[in-house]
Design a protein. Structure first.
Length: 353
């Protein structure tokens, strides 16, 4: 558990964000993974669903996971890596093993498991590297399609589309059609990708436009719309998917500034994860919290039904539903961004609601 003093140190270190992250990202991705688990292709149960621990502590050298998903075929978590650009399996008892090796000089961020199509869907970007120094590769953002069984990279879909600035941050997918929707934090456009890998613009709205970190979390609703949030302002939007897409702002009574990942639970509530990472980048300081929201009018308005503030671990980034509850990942991304020292430990903490 991080102490208040340590957390103050983390916040101070964020002032060094850009240079520290760049220097770390430009290193050759580490291949050694600490605390190795069982064979990566094994699908045996590690922990009964009703016995998942309240918190999982895991160790892997400089992994800095930012995204998390539950993999029911392994009864384990899958996490991405801000540092290594890969995907790893984390068992409920904290064992870590690499599933998909680094896909390049990028951060892997959002992640979803699509069991119906036997695939893992991952967003990636080199945005942070590119902010500081020119690199040989063109601006790189996209979505990786990975075989769920083997972890083999099947396809990389370019969502940057030749733009000078792109930041594919999070994603959601339609469970019925397989269409993927991607939020770009420096774009006013939400993109979609069909099952053949073709990219198109879903909707462009000036309320999404941001120079730094705007759109972030995104979730698909089975009633035919998306919910998406802006990190910098805490705003939430509803985007219809039938016919001509229409964007409306969701009225939310609780400040969601610093909202990072979101997930729509099977009971219809939306979990939103907030953090303070933006404060060191000159943005308004967010809370370190997880909020549960519900709606009685199809997400035209929302109500807060539960909230944990402060969260148990620093800098949570997103959350995933499991058979044993919803778990938020705290990957010590603040340490990576600060560029002062390194961190090998990360945590998965269950929400108490």
């Amino acid at each position: 558990m991080t102490t208040p003093g340590t957390r103050r140190g983390h916040r101070a270190a964020l002032a060094l964000c850009a240079s520290g992250l760049l220097l770390t990202a430009l290193q050759v991705p580490a291949t050694a993974v600490g605390h190795q688990g069982p064979d990566r292709h094994a699908h045996g149960r590690h922990c009964p669903d009703d016995e998942l621990p309240a918190a999982v502590t895991a160790v892997s050298p400089e992994l800095y996971p930012e995204g998390v998903a539950w993999d029911p075929t392994r009864d384990a978590f899958l996490v991405t890596s801000s540092r290594q650009g890969n995907v790893s399996v984390v068992t409920p008892d904290g064992e870590v093993s690499e599933l998909t090796p680094s896909i390049g000089l990028v951060s892997t961020l959002g992640i979803k498991v699509d069991t119906r199509r036997n695939r893992i869907i991952v967003s990636y970007t080199d945005y942070w590297v590119r902010r500081m120094l020119p690199v040989e590769q063109p601006p790189t953002s996209g979505v990786a399609i990975i075989d769920l069984t083997t972890g083999r990279l099947l396809r990389k879909v370019d969502t940057g589309q030749g733009r000078e600035n792109s930041f594919a941050n999070d994603l959601a997918y339609d469970t019925r059609t397989g269409t993927v929707y991607v939020s770009d934090s420096v774009s006013a456009t939400i993109q979609r990708i069909d099952t053949r890998g073709r990219v198109s613009d879903l909707v462009t709205d000036e309320r999404f436009a941001a120079e730094f970190i705007g759109l972030n979390g995104i979730a698909w609703h089975p009633d035919g719309y998306l919910l998406t949030t802006r990190y910098d302002t805490g705003e939430m939007f509803r985007v219809t998917l039938r016919g001509e897409p229409r964007v409306t702002r969701v009225e939310v009574p609780q400040s969601l500034v610093g909202v990072d990942g979101i997930t729509l639970r099977s009971d219809g509530t939306l979990l939103a994860v907030q953090n303070e990472l933006g404060a060191g980048l000159g943005m308004e300081r967010g809370d370190t919290a997880v909020t549960a929201l519900a709606s009685r009018d199809g997400w035209r308005t929302a109500q807060v039904v539960d909230r944990t503030d402060p969260w148990a671990f620093p800098a949570p980034t997103t959350i995933a539903e499991t058979p044993g509850g919803a778990y938020a990942v705290s990957g010590q991304v603040d340490v990576l961004m600060g560029g002062v020292g390194t961190a090998d430990t990360f945590w998965l903490q269950r929400a108490g609601f």
